[in-house]
Write a protein that binds this ligand. Structure first.
Ligand SMILES: [Zn+2]
Ligand SMILES: [Zn+2]
Length: 132
């Protein structure tokens, strides 16, 4: 599925090819901190299935507890996140953060990961009063 999107301030735009059946929720604490939210939703590309059209992102390399390094791209001006990927050269598979994807309503997650660090209330918002 072809997708496209951009950051909040408009400095950076991208397009990508993702598998709409390979979309997940990640409850890990890194995703909580890096997204600024309770969990993150990620759609995956095939190898090299991501391309920036306008602008250049800033890259932050995150080192996991396992020692595994992942680059995180985001807009240096507004902070909107784009993807994570393995560091270095060679073919990359990108985990696209769907909040900056224009077609995000079509990218419903199919699985949840790192449920051990899920915030207890995160699974229980459907019954909250709806305002606006
Ligand atoms: Zn921006
Ligand atoms: Zn995560």
């Amino acid at each position: 599925m072809q997708i496209d999107g951009g950051c909040h301030c408009g400095a950076i735009t991208f397009r990508a090819e993702v598998d709409p059946d390979d979309v997940l929720v990640c409850h890990c604490t890194d995703c909580q901190a890096l997204s600024g939210s309770a969990f993150r939703v990620v759609a995956f590309t095939a190898e090299d299935g991501f391309e920036f059209l306008i602008g250049t992102p800033k890259i932050y390399v995150k080192t996991a507890d396992s020692g595994n390094k992942r680059e995180q791209s985001f807009c240096a001006d507004c902070g909107s996140p784009f993807y994570s990927a393995d560091v270095g050269d060679g073919p990359k598979r990108y985990g696209v953060r769907i909040g900056t994807v224009r077609q995000r309503a079509e990218l419903a997650p199919k699985k949840q990961y790192y449920c051990g660090s899920e915030l207890a209330w995160a699974d229980d918002i459907a019954g909250l009063p709806r305002v606006g």
